[in-house]
Design a protein around this ligand. Structure first.
Ligand code: HEC
Ligand code: HEC
Ligand code: HEC
Ligand code: HEC
Length: 473
């Protein structure tokens, strides 16, 4: 080694730079951790409950006395702001926007009315106002709408006694929209799971939901409702999450077609295809994305911290984060609001494009099977195309019914839609074989379903015939 004074100081400089870098990297690491931790800063120490809250208190204003800021922001979910490109707090009529849905759900209540979700404050108003509800509706449909639900389940001695009743039975009891008791323990204000279906789904997977971290709870309170579910059978109407095989579309397919095989939600009135209706698997889709991978929670984006006169609290105006990017996204991402919005909408545009392709491979498949039936094709001949179509629609709906237009897990949504398109086209090819056997060589002409009214006029005779056949049995 060269021992001249110059080389020595160069050597020292080298070590200095080296250790400088080490310390710099450590500091950056600490900063990164503090970014991810700051969303879960503990505030329980300052929690003071002035007016004690009853164990099953469902009246949100009674909680509000103690926590005016949280209550005030919760009340703001009443607001109906101008919609964002794909989401937002305004009304949106999915069937008018995309009448192909009327064909895919022919004979099922979803073909009558299906709108975008609004703020939590509207939950009671919207569930009692929808055409999907009738005298035949089960009480299970109240489950994700009100803190009166856990109160009634407790009063009746368990969820089974609640689910088996009719929807109408509880109209006088269920008045308060989604609120404090849905997510909080009234004594400690800690987050708490109030819905048995989520606890049971965890148990069936061998997991204990009381053992999860606080950061996980900031997503799991949402997973009580923002998940896919089905009713076990017509008599019990027991609300169940199809999670035993996992949360992906692949796992749902396995659950519905191989392992558990429950009854389908409905049979498509045009094609006679049994359908398992996927319902808003927001938590399931989110779990496949990069934010879940990096331990970001639903609350981080949809309930960010808000500062008011030096006091920091959780913003309870749950809504599209695109209304509130400064608090939601810019806490972690140093991108301008324009960059964030453009990035989100470009991801959503791509998802929309693939959704369209999937719908274009699925709705004609129903119509073609319907034509084959008119030509006398048997159930045995149509078993294969129907099974493929049923699966295609399951995969498509996993993305279609999930909120956020693909943002929560763009890559996974693209994969799922790719498979939906593949399965839809396979189904159509199989039907083409059946049609060809009966001399139909040219493609079946598609009806004009360009509006909700036209699509409904096309599907109505099929739905009526299905109803009449069911009445005969
Ligand atoms: C990284 C931030 C982020 C996380 C984490 C996140 N979301 Fe979202 N969410 C968004 C964005 C962005 C949209 C799209 C909003 C829009 O299009 O206006 C969205 C849309 C939604 C919508 C539809 C809102 C509307 O106005 O149409 C719902 C419901 C939703 N998310 C629920 C959830 C749930 C439940 C979780 C956790 C399981 C979750 N989100 C996790 C960012 C997030
Ligand atoms: C959809 C679930 C949900 C509902 C409904 C809800 N909260 Fe919260 N609340 C949260 C989450 C998530 C946090 C953050 C907790 C954490 O970080 O551990 C929170 C935090 C709080 C806190 C702690 C202080 C703070 O601001 O962070 C209070 C107090 C509170 N909520 C009061 C209320 C009241 C009052 C209502 C009813 C008007 C209500 N919450 C409704 C999910 C909910
Ligand atoms: C008790 C069930 C329940 C819980 C818990 C719940 N939600 Fe909701 N959420 C709903 C229902 C139902 C709607 C639709 C209400 C309507 O359209 O009237 C909704 C609507 C929304 C919307 C759309 C709001 C808008 O302005 O368009 C977002 C975003 C959302 N929820 C996110 C969340 C997040 C994030 C959590 C957890 C912190 C959560 N929700 C917890 C049932 C629930
Ligand atoms: C608590 C921190 C946090 C918040 C809040 C947050 N993100 Fe992220 N986001 C992350 C992390 C971590 C990643 C992964 C990036 C990485 O590790 O390189 C990420 C990645 C992304 C990506 C790249 C995703 C991909 O698939 O390539 C986008 C886009 C993004 N975030 C948008 C948003 C938007 C929009 C919001 C607000 C609605 C938001 N994020 C809120 C932490 C956050």
């Amino acid at each position: 080694m060269d021992n001249t004074p110059n080389a020595k100081s160069a050597n020292r400089l080298g070590w200095f730079i080296f250790f400088g870098c080490v310390i710099g990297v450590l500091l950056l690491g600490l900063l990164a951790t503090s970014i991810t931790e700051r969303r879960a800063e503990s505030k329980w120490a300052t929690m003071q409950i002035i007016q004690p809250i009853g164990e099953w208190e469902s009246d949100n204003s009674k909680w509000g006395v103690n926590f005016p800021r949280e209550y005030g922001s919760w009340e703001s979910t009443k607001q109906m702001n101008e919609n964002t490109k794909y989401g937002g707090s305004g009304k949106r009529d999915y069937l008018a926007d995309d009448p192909r849905l009327v064909v895919m759900w022919a004979g099922y209540v979803f073909s009558k009315e299906y709108g975008a979700p609004r703020g939590h404050h509207h939950a009671i108003e919207d569930v009692t106002g929808t055409k999907r509800v009738s005298a035949a509706t089960r009480a299970s449909c109240w489950t994700c709408k009100s803190p009166d639900v856990p109160r009634m389940m407790n009063k009746l001695g368990g969820p089974a006694n609640f689910y088996k009743e009719s929807f109408d039975h509880f109209r006088p009891e269920i008045k308060n929209p989604i609120g404090c008791a849905d997510c909080h323990n009234p004594k400690t204000m800690a987050l708490q799971i109030s819905r048995p279906a989520l606890i049971e789904a965890f148990q069936r997977q061998g997991k204990d939901i009381t053992k999860v971290s606080r950061q996980e709870m900031r997503s799991l309170v949402c997973a009580q409702c923002h998940v896919s579910y089905y009713f076990k059978d017509k008599v019990s109407s027991y609300l169940t999450f199809p999670w035993d095989d996992g949360l992906r579309a692949d796992d749902f397919e396995k659950y519905f077609f191989e392992t558990v095989k429950p009854n389908p939600d409905f049979v498509n009135a045009i094609s006679g295809t049994p359908i398992f209706k996927t319902r808003h698997p927001d938590y399931e889709v989110f779990s496949q994305g990069v934010h879940a991978f990096r331990n970001v929670s639903c609350a981080d984006c949809h309930m960010p911290y808000k500062a008011e006169g030096g006091i920091k609290y959780t913003d309870h105006q749950v809504r599209s984060p695109l209304y509130n990017m400064a608090n939601s996204c810019q806490v972690c991402h140093r991108w301008s609001e324009k960059e964030i919005r453009d990035r989100v909408t470009s991801m959503q545009d791509k998802n929309r494009e693939m959704l369209d392709q999937a719908a274009d491979s699925i709705y004609p498949a129903h119509i073609e099977i319907g034509e084959a039936m008119k030509l006398g094709a048997t159930d045995a001949e149509l078993a294969k195309p129907r099974e493929l179509l049923s699966k295609a629609q399951l995969w498509w709906d996993y993305v279609a019914s999930n909120n956020g237009m693909g943002f929560h897990a763009p890559q996974e949504c693209a994969r799922v839609l790719g498979r939906a398109i593949y399965l839809g086209n396979q189904s159509r090819m199989e039907t083409q074989r059946v049609l060809a056997k009966r001399g139909v060589i040219n493609p079946v002409t598609m009806p004009d379903i360009s509006t909700f009214e036209k699509a409904t006029a096309y599907t109505k005779p099929y739905a009526d015939a299905q109803k009449a056949a069911a009445a005969k049995h």
